[in-house]
Design a protein around this ligand. Sequence first.
Ligand SMILES: Nc1ncnc2c1ncn2[C@@H]1O[C@H](COP(=O)(O)OP(=O)(O)OP(=O)(O)O)[C@@H](O)[C@H]1O
Length: 243
Amino acid sequence: MTSQDFQSPVVVAAGLSKHYRRVRAVDDLSFTVRRGAVTGFFGPNGAGKTTALKLLVGLARPSGGSVLLDGAPLRATISDPSRVGVAIEPCGAHPGRTARAHLRALAVMGGLPSSRVEEVLELVGLEEAAGRRVGGYSMGMRQRLGLATALLGDPDLLVLDEPTNGLDPRGIRWLRTLIRSRAAAGRTVLLSSHVLSEAALTVDDVVVIDHGRVLHQGSMTALTDRGRTLEELFFDLTDGAAA
Ligand SMILES: Nc1ncnc2c1ncn2[C@@H]1O[C@H](COP(=O)(O)OP(=O)(O)OP(=O)(O)O)[C@@H](O)[C@H]1O
């Protein structure tokens, strides 16, 4: 990879829109995601974060606009688990399946060895529960399985929707360390979160959206250099949203 590649954004969303009948879930959204950085997506309930993440990874079809992933249109890259790992809906596994069976099926589809399944089960702390049916999992266990699914292909880009939901304090600290270590290794992470204090410890770049539109894009450093917190920025920008 050249230094030019390193500077080019991993994701470029341009004028992205998604309308569900009269709801403009995402409305002319444009932003970029830097390579080797952790970008946080923030906004009130219903702001359009999950929809935007789905559009970025091809899980929803845009009503308008475009997404470039590594400079190429979305469809060219999305099916490769080493390019993009996604945890958007909690785990996505059939409740009657075990976590191990779920991950093994995905590994086969992605052309990955079954040894990788055991690696990610250990990584997310599910090795002991891997033989149990997912329907009996706690919320945190399902979250961990979703993370295992996203990490299966050891992807260059991780896209995580509210990944700390349901995790215990140790799990939250583990996830923060995992995300930071991936960025330190030049990998890219895009996540959404409502837990601003935790996200402030994790992200490099901040995108705040509401009503499907970008209200702010900038770095955490620029924010803290101005003596402001992520929470202050959020409330300033979203003042007037549902209390
Ligand atoms: N499949 C769908 N059909 C109809 N409306 C939808 C659909 N998915 C999302 N929406 C609507 O789009 C808007 C944005 O929803 P979205 O889930 O993207 O918001 P969000 O920012 O992720 O919210 P939250 O923080 O509550 O998870 C909401 O008004 C929601 O009701």
